[in-house]
Write a protein that binds this ligand. Structure first.
Ligand SMILES: O=C(O)c1cc(=O)[nH]c(=O)n1[C@@H]1O[C@H](COP(=O)(O)O)[C@@H](O)[C@H]1O
Length: 237
């Protein structure tokens, strides 16, 4: 799917989730299953979304020793999701092991899920990076350096704020996937997100895909909000 708006299905109450999924039943969209939902529902939620015709981004952000991540990815690969992620901070060997696990675990003839790496979470700002994580470099430099490492490790792309996308494309090429959460319209609550942009700005900056959670799932009319944000994302206005 080209340049998707990925809906983060961060909803654990079954009735709320079912209502939300019902509103998307005539569309084939990109849905993101994160930790909250996957830990609750397990593989059956992936099966359901695929049966409903959706593309699936399984966002479990694996970050462990290479052997553990490789084996976990081998198991997850059998779910045949479209997109899956790790933390780039796990390093090159871990990312390579993740890729090998995905390759080894996928059913014959199925495509390997695309593997992307989280560079720096969009809830991290420069102050936190410096004072808590003790990383003294500029955040954009850290993000593009992690992106370059992900590319060297054979990954398909990264997760970052849209703010860093031009630099990532400069370093890793235009075809390297850039998936960008931290998306808000001007009227939306920021919540815990720090490096945020509007859908329009993300398009201008060249994101491949945007991830939108609470702005849609917690709005009064999620489907209408989805359509409005999608229009803004696709048309850039
Ligand atoms: O990997 C992710 O999807 C992710 C990475 C990141 O740096 N920031 C980030 O917000 N996310 C996810 O994107 C979604 C954003 O949700 P909202 O802030 O509600 O739009 C959440 O499901 C996060 O887990």
């Amino acid at each position: 799917m080209q340049r998707p708006l990925i809906v983060a299905l961060d909803v654990h109450q079954k009735e709320v989730r079912d209502r939300l999924l019902e509103t998307f039943k005539h569309d084939s969209i990109y849905m993101k299953v994160g930790m909250e939902l996957y830990y609750q529902e397990g593989p059956r939620i992936i099966e359901q979304l695929k049966k409903d015709g959706h593309h699936v981004f399984l966002d479990l952000k694996l970050h462990d020793i290479p052997n553990t991540v490789g084996r976990a990815m081998k198991v997850l690969s059998s779910l045949e999701v479209d997109l899956i992620n790790v933390h780039a901070a796990g390093g090159r060997k871990m990312m390579e092991a993740a890729l090998e696990g995905l390759e080894a675990g996928k059913p014959a003839n199925a495509p390997r899920p695309k593997l992307i790496a989280v560079t720096q979470l969009t809830s991290t700002d420069q102050e936190m990076l410096t004072d808590e994580l003790l990383i003294k470099e500029e955040i954009a430099h850290v993000v593009s350096t992690y992106a370059a490492l992900a590319k060297k490790s054979g990954l398909d792309g990264v997760v970052s704020s849209a703010l860093e996308v031009p630099l990532i494309h400069e370093v890793c090429g235009e075809d390297f996937l850039t998936v960008t959460p931290g998306i808000r319209r001007l009227s939306d609550a920021k919540g815990d997100q720090k490096r945020i942009v509007t859908p329009m700005k993300a398009k201008e900056l060249g994101s491949w895909g945007i991830v939108v959670g609470r702005s849609i799932t917690e709005s009064i009319d999620p489907y209408q909000t989805y359509l409005e944000m999608k229009k803004e994302w696709e048309e850039g206005k």
